[in-house]
Design a protein around this ligand. Structure first.
Ligand SMILES: CC(C)(COP(=O)(O)OP(=O)(O)OC[C@H]1O[C@@H](n2cnc3c(N)ncnc32)[C@H](O)[C@@H]1OP(=O)(O)O)[C@@H](O)C(=O)NCCC(=O)NCCS
Length: 166
């Protein structure tokens, strides 16, 4: 099997990030708050600022970009980080790419002194919930309405957490 590599993107990599992020929004509109139309027209300044705000991780297989994830600070707890924006190209699903991205994100958060990692996921997103559970995330009592444009009334997200240490 081909090796999966994960790296953190810097501000000058904004076009690389933009390209895969727009692909993710187009392919999985039900999974993200932002829409492809909103972000397609965003300026270079927006993308550069975004690269600085949170850690942007990208996964490669055979030099092809196959997935992304972001890690930032969690609002629920000062000692926690948050994983968000996780997406894997459909052809690369089930191959360990998501695991490699989350592992890199968890390691970075642990090195930054975080003791747990939050991950908000739609309760109807069976594959993402199954992936997170399999990785070791556990459900919390935190719930909020789904914020995606296509969400129907009553759809919810649940926060899952993973203990991490350096
Ligand atoms: C969520 C995502 C990153 C997970 O990556 P992945 O490569 O698909 O994950 P894996 O294949 O390693 O794990 C998925 C698990 O769900 C299971 N699964 C697959 N389809 C399922 C479904 N419809 N319902 C429940 N479980 C499902 C798989 O069997 C697997 O479990 P296992 O490891 O016990 O066999 C990827 O599916 C994705 O990018 N989805 C679209 C975007 C998205 O929803 N992102 C999350 C936003 S919060």
């Amino acid at each position: 099997m081909s090796e999966i590599t994960v790296r953190t993107l810097g501000a000058d990599d904004w076009e690389t990030y933009r390209s895969i992020r727009l692909t993710a929004l187009q392919e999985s509109p039900e999974a993200f708050v932002a829409t492809h139309a909103q972000e397609e027209s965003a300026t270079e300044e927006f993308w550069r600022e975004r690269m600085e705000r949170s850690r942007r991780l990208i996964a490669y297989v055979d030099k092809q970009a196959v997935g992304i994830a972001s890690v930032g600070a969690a609002q629920e707890d000062d000692n926690a980080g948050e994983l968000f924006g996780l997406w894997v190209h459909p052809e690369a699903r089930g191959t360990g790419v998501a695991t490699a991205l989350v592992r890199a994100g968890a390691e970075a958060a642990a090195h930054a002194g975080r003791t747990q990692l939050y991950y908000w996921v739609g309760t109807d997103n069976g594959r993402a919930v199954a992936f997170a559970s399999g990785y070791g995330f556990r459900p919390t009592h935190h719930r909020r309405p789904m914020r995606v444009v296509s969400a129907e009334d009553g759809e919810e997200e649940i926060a899952m957490t993973l203990p991490i240490s350096a």
